[in-house]
Design a protein around this ligand. Sequence first.
Ligand code: SAM
Length: 241
Amino acid sequence: MMYDFSQFEKDLLFFNLKLDDRQKEQFALFYDLLKEWNSFMNLTAITEWDDVLKKHFLDSLSIVRAVNDIRFSEWTVIDVGTGAGFPGIPLKIVFPELRLTLLDSLQKRLHFLDAVIEKLDLKDVQTVHGRAEDLARTAGMREQYDLCVSRAVANLSTLSELCLPFVKQGGAFVSYKAEKSGQEAEAAVGAFHLLGGSLESGCTFSLPDSNLTRTLFVIRKKKKTPEKYPRKAGIPGKQPL
Ligand code: SAM
């Protein structure tokens, strides 16, 4: 199937990004798999080509507004609560040097992602099944990542307890949030500090040619996370720090 990339390519220029033919092919293959698997499992409510391009692919890539260096890096990146692969898979397609871990507690979504990784022939990507609270306590994953990303998983206090333990000192956690999340960020400042992090920036912008707005928060890992965090699975959600 031939897909029209013209609007997507125009939108990407807003972020100073360009696609080669191989990357366009990978996005098309990803879309085909998303549509196919979505017919028998719950992956996304967004299924039209133009909407997927804007609300999933472009939105995932908008991270360059907050961490521009991602375009030149070979960072280890973990996507916590990746679901159908957002933002992780679009980031890997456009920045192939990243070493990516896709984490989710729902095994069947990871089966979908394994099929995506194989079909798109993505290298240096692994899927990991489990709760972030449990996996962040394992030696192989705790404080091992240059960057942790997460979109649409939990409020910022909860999320920082799930995400900051994965990040190396000096690395960052970037949270994709809705436009009006200033209060949520204020409420989470104490949690960032308890976990060894500090709010570095928050930027709000519109996605090009749309009325969709996005806020990205960058939380820098300044110190090691104390061993008692994250607390037992479920507690960060029920009793945010
Ligand atoms: N990030 C994707 C996106 O933006 O489209 C998926 C968002 S979906 C609403 C939330 C995902 O987070 C689900 O796939 C769920 O299984 C996963 N999740 C929620 N809590 C989690 C936890 N504690 N550990 C690991 N995964 C979790």
